[in-house]
Design a protein around this ligand. Structure first.
Ligand SMILES: [Zn+2]
Length: 133
């Protein structure tokens, strides 16, 4: 087992999104509350942390932005998911990592070339989500 965590970067500015054991995103709720939300960098873990004054409700679709360049991280073809880049600590390979922007939804897709690994109890068929016409 490697002691190193996976590394995560913004696809737009290449800035590092993981700091101090969390993945850091700028977010905006449907009620236009803005803040930072911290997610677990461990694929398949869905705990999240935010300031107590940022009201985040289960089932809400959040805006997920890069905290460095403010790019909207919505995945191409499916705006209910975000996409970032992941450098695997174990194999040093680059992946596209997709995760749901809906609070409490547990689904993550780790993609390299044509290979998709799916995590979380809410995960659906990746091709249906991202490649259906
Ligand atoms: Zn960025």
């Amino acid at each position: 087992m490697s002691m190193k965590d996976n590394d995560y970067t913004c696809p737009k500015c290449k800035g590092h999104l993981n700091v101090g054991g969390y993945l850091v995103f700028a977010t905006r709720t449907p009620k236009r509350h803005k803040g930072l939300i911290l997610l677990s960098p461990k694929v398949g873990e869905y705990n999240y942390v935010h300031h107590e004054k940022l009201h985040v409700k289960k089932g809400e679709l959040l805006d997920i932005e890069c905290p460095i360049c403010q790019a909207d991280l919505s995945a191409p073809k499916n705006k209910e998911h975000a996409m970032i880049h992941m450098l695997g600590a174990e194999d040093n390979s680059e992946y596209d990592l997709y995760f749901s922007k809906v609070v409490g939804n547990q689904s993550t897709y780790v993609v390299a070339n044509d290979n998709v690994e799916t995590f979380g109890e809410d995960a659906l068929d990746f091709d249906e989500l991202f490649y259906e016409e």
